[in-house]
Design a protein around this ligand. Structure first.
Ligand code: HEC
Length: 118
């Protein structure tokens, strides 16, 4: 067996393993159900405008460009996301907390998880 065949054989064995691993990581980090696009759009509106959440300072005021919420942070926060959103909603935006299972919180989470974060 010459060396180029040996290299391609090694690549042939490694690539499927590598792809399997990447898909495993992707599956781990994406919650099973993607929210519908209406929910994401509603969340975008709530995030970008004062009126929907009845706040003094809209989220986008602080979270734009390099201050956008990072995907790695969202992953770390995991299931605590409603509590963290409420914390900033109250402390920074000067609004009132939302019920965690209500449609507005669900929409904000959908937007932050699937569109805003980077
Ligand atoms: C006055 C500025 C300001 C406003 C308004 C604001 N935030 Fe933040 N937010 C921050 C700061 C500062 C942090 C901490 C970021 C850091 O530590 O780098 C933060 C952190 C967060 C985090 C944790 C993830 C992270 O990046 O640390 C989330 C989630 C979040 N904000 C969501 C919101 C939402 C939703 C709103 C609107 C309801 C909002 N924030 C409004 C300033 C603000």
């Amino acid at each position: 067996m010459n060396s180029s065949i040996r290299v391609s054989t090694a690549a042939g064995l490694c690539l499927p393993v590598l792809f399997g691993f990447v898909f495993y990581l992707a599956a781990e980090s994406i919650p099973a159900e993607r929210p519908d696009s209406e929910s994401i759009a509603r969340g975008r509106e709530l995030f970008n405008k004062k009126e929907g959440l009845k706040v003094k300072f809209e989220c986008i005021l602080c979270h734009k460009q390099d201050k956008a919420i990072k995907n790695s942070e969202v992953q770390k926060i995991g299931d605590h996301l409603p509590a963290v959103i409420n914390k900033y909603l109250v402390e920074k935006s000067k609004g009132s907390p939302l019920p965690a299972d209500g449609p507005e919180m669900q929409a904000l989470m959908a937007y932050i998880r699937y569109e805003h974060s980077q």
